[in-house]
Design a binder for this molecule. Structure first.
Ligand SMILES: [Zn+2]
Length: 386
């Protein structure tokens, strides 16, 4: 890291209220003590407020919990909590500070962004005899970074599977009694850990390898979609939305494969699209066009009025367009064989409204498909409307 790069990054960090970001991301409630903010640590099961954010210089946090001791800046927090790479954390910090990206020296950063194709997902599937916890069942969790092990009960358990339906990883949500809620990606690691000599293994928080592709959420439905000769994909934000939409838009009736990605918008570019692209394009019919519809959450400020210019496009849409573009290129598939459109969600719904909310409102498959047909804009050519 050059001195110039460091100063520019510090300027970004100084402009972002770290306690507000941590509060928003983790639900931690802070009390102000002079130029410090004190709250319960989001990284361990903290009964007393052990976690302090210092704001006197470049904002930093430190947990004074005896077994925890996490510490760092906004960049560390984003890497640890949101599983971002170093360069993604800088990108997000610059966005939070509403500042342009610094011209930092990639080569000397701890993980320079990869330009070569990503390594495939290499974690083996979770063994079939491992019990996948159900919501509100206690599960033993271990954070290999902080070495903290604890029992917790998830309110949601989302299972990522490959096309053979083997579980690959879980995304679990925890709702705490004080209203805090957070998500974690976990994977099963066999073997005992310190303090728990008798266990066969436990769920460990997973930090993604920044150079490694991440599985799609919904990949187990690819074979069914293939059998149905489906030509449409629907990309939505978040596992809960995907589950709700996929249930209503069942593949045998609708031929639509609904998918999402792990790790918020920053994870889209790392998602492994190969299983779905290989399935679609390596079939005998070389004329088929793949239709991708991207449905972002309703967002503020109000969306574009039908103008697909880049600067008005939601980041979620932009990220998927780029991810499909890159995947086609690396698979050697003609770009004309892909059509991408984005949906404008209803403009009168609350911030964050998504297809899970639509399903709660009673939207049927027909209503969803009609909304897509009437409220989409084509972002990549080669589309005859269907
Ligand atoms: Zn802690």
């Amino acid at each position: 890291m050059t001195h110039k790069g460091k100063t520019e990054i510090d300027e970004i960090l100084i402009r972002v209220p770290l306690q507000d970001v941590i509060a928003r991301e983790t639900g931690t409630r802070f009390r102000r003590r002079g130029d410090r903010y004190v709250g319960r640590c989001p990284f361990h099961a903290d009964k007393t407020p052990s976690f302090t954010v210092f704001t006197d210089n470049v904002p930093r946090y430190k947990c004074f919990g005896a077994q925890c001791g996490v510490h760092g800046t906004l960049l560390t927090f984003l890497q640890e909590w949101k599983h971002l790479s170093y360069s993604e954390a800088i990108e997000m910090a610059a966005e939070l500070a509403a500042m342009p990206l610094p011209a930092f020296d990639d080569a000397s950063s701890p993980s320079a962004p990869a330009v070569q194709p990503r390594k495939p997902w290499s974690e083996p599937p979770i063994a079939p005899d491992v019990r996948i916890p159900k919501p509100y069942e206690p599960m033993l969790l271990h954070n290999p970074h902080t070495k903290v092990t604890y029992w917790s009960e998830p309110s949601y358990v989302h299972v990522y599977r490959n096309r053979c339906r083997q579980p690959l990883l879980l995304v679990v949500r925890f709702d705490q009694s004080d209203g805090r809620k957070y998500f974690q990606q976990v994977i099963w690691r066999p073997g005992a850990i310190t303090g728990y000599p008798a266990i066969a293994g436990c769920w460990q928080q997973l930090a993604f390898d920044p150079d490694c592709a991440r599985p799609l959420y919904g990949g187990e439905d690819i074979p069914c979609w293939q059998d149905r000769n489906g030509t449409r994909l629907l990309m939505v934000e978040g596992e809960k939305t995907r589950d709700a939409a996929a249930t209503v838009l069942d593949i045998p009736t609708n031929g639509i494969l609904t998918l999402s990605n792990v790790g918020s918008t920053g994870g889209i570019g790392k998602t492994d699209l190969k299983p779905v692209l290989d399935t679609f394009f390596q079939t005998s019919n070389t004329e088929k066009i793949l239709h991708v519809t991207i449905w972002p959450d309703a967002d503020l400020p109000a969306r574009s009025d039908g103008n697909p210019a880049d600067d008005t496009m939601p980041k979620f849409v932009r990220a998927w367009v780029a991810a499909f573009h890159d995947a086609l290129e690396s698979e050697g598939i003609e770009p004309e064989r892909l059509c991408i459109a984005s949906v404008n969600p209803p403009s009168d719904r609350k911030h964050g409204w998504d297809l899970a909310d639509a399903v709660d409102e009673g939207w049927s498959a027909g209503m969803i498909k009609r909304w897509i047909a009437d409220n989409s804009q084509t972002l990549r050519p080669a589309c005859q409307s269907v």
